[in-house]
Design a protein around this ligand. Sequence first.
Ligand code: SF4
Length: 192
Amino acid sequence: MFIFSLLRLQGNSEHLTLGTDGMNDDTHTNPRPKPAVAVVSACLLGQPCRYDGASKGRADVLRWRARQLAAGMVVVAVCPEELGELGTPRPAAELTGGDGAAAWRGEATVRRVQDHHDVTAAFQRGARRALALAPTVTVAMLKARSPSCGVGRTHIDGAVRSGDGVFAALLRHRGVEMRTEEGLEDGEGAGS
Ligand code: SF4
């Protein structure tokens, strides 16, 4: 089962769009153990949700998704920054004063690069909403170095430094096994 989830604002009302791929319809009449859930950054699947309106779709991530589906996983694609109502395109932002975990502790902020406007609350709102769409997530494939999705390294104070993005930090706190698309360059799915 593949779920593509994006939240967009139209006027004052929120519309949550869910698309399904291979979803079973008998879950209510034929209860079964819930399958494990994998989360993937929507931009890596070709969704044009990056700050500049572009995507970062990759064939190796599509193959990674296919492997998860073949293994019986539910795959949920999310864009935390769209879910945080930051819009697309949106001004570039970066962490300031620390990583995503520090931002959750109130020790760092996320700020727009152009004017240093504090957008921490929107990043955290989007991260919480993304997690709410996949509350039983156990594994995640996230976009490297993003202030939301970056795993282990992200943009902090004008440079790429050690630390998770805001969404990745939330998933790490939940014990989710995370990797980025760069980890696929080991030949596991690369080649196109
Ligand atoms: S890296 Fe994460 S927050 Fe940024 S566009 Fe991709 S899915 Fe959205």
